[in-house]
Design a binder for this molecule. Structure first.
Ligand code: ADE
Length: 225
């Protein structure tokens, strides 16, 4: 999978791709990530990227020309399955979206800044808009890194233990059940007997029950879906 990220702050984005699962995916050749500095497509000698919004109001808006130039240059080189815009005014990222994006070949992620991008960018180029939650970040870079992490770990072959993605929270719209490791007793707090029993069908049943209980308590909305 190839991911092209368009940003005004590429330095904010590099580090997450140099560690852990995303690094592993890149090293294995399963994911390729390219950063494009929007400034390189800025207008005039000042490389201008933004301007005041028509109609008045605080906050600058990213102009269409630099973004159009960058996207069209990429589109001339290959076909993209999705052009995604990270913005708080969109549907929230969930596991189903991460799963479906992990099967794509080429995607562009555009990150916003300030008041966001001129609406015409969204109308002309964007095929999918994603928020990572109901709060506003300074820019879309950290949101893009989160999206990439959620997607890249699901690319077939990235996780060593394929099973572990399948049992993640949300894979079946349930939160994960509690997990324990050694010691089996710590300051009087014991690991539930069932987990030490070796009775795997019963353990599975217990985990499902706990996952359901936890979901009902913390995220009952997931059970409505
Ligand atoms: N940019 C700023 N806030 C954001 C959010 N919550 N999700 C995605 N992109 C954003």
């Amino acid at each position: 999978m190839r991911i092209d990220i368009i940003t005004v702050a590429p330095e904010l984005l590099r580090s997450p791709f140099e560690h852990s699962m995303m690094k592993r995916a890149i090293d294995k050749g399963l994911a390729e990530v390219h950063f494009h500095n929007l400034r390189d497509y800025g207008i005039g000698s000042y490389k201008k990227l933004d301007d005041m919004q028509f109609g008045g109001g605080a906050g600058m808006v990213l102009m269409i020309e630099p973004i159009a130039k960058c996207i069209e240059k990429l589109q001339a080189e290959r076909t993209y399955d999705e052009i995604i815009y990270m913005t708080p005014d969109a549907k929230t990222l969930n596991q189903a979206t991460a799963n479906s994006l992990s099967l794509k070949e080429n995607i562009i992620i555009l990150t916003g800044h300030y008041k966001g991008v001129d609406q015409r960018v969204r109308d002309k180029y964007i095929t999918k808009e994603i928020s990572i939650g109901d709060y506003v970040l300074t820019g879309g870079e950290l949101a893009a890194a989160i999206l990439c992490d959620a997607v890249i770990r699901l690319i077939p072959g990235v996780l060593g233990d394929e099973q572990s993605a399948l049992t993640d929270s949300f894979q079946d719209n349930l939160l994960s059940p509690p997990v324990y490791t050694r010691p089996s007793e710590y300051e009087g707090m014991k690991v539930p007997d069932i987990l030490l029993s070796g009775n795997f069908p019963k353990i599975e049943e217990w985990r499902n029950e706990k996952a359901y209980e936890r979901t009902q308590l913390i995220r009952p909305d997931l059970l409505d879906d």
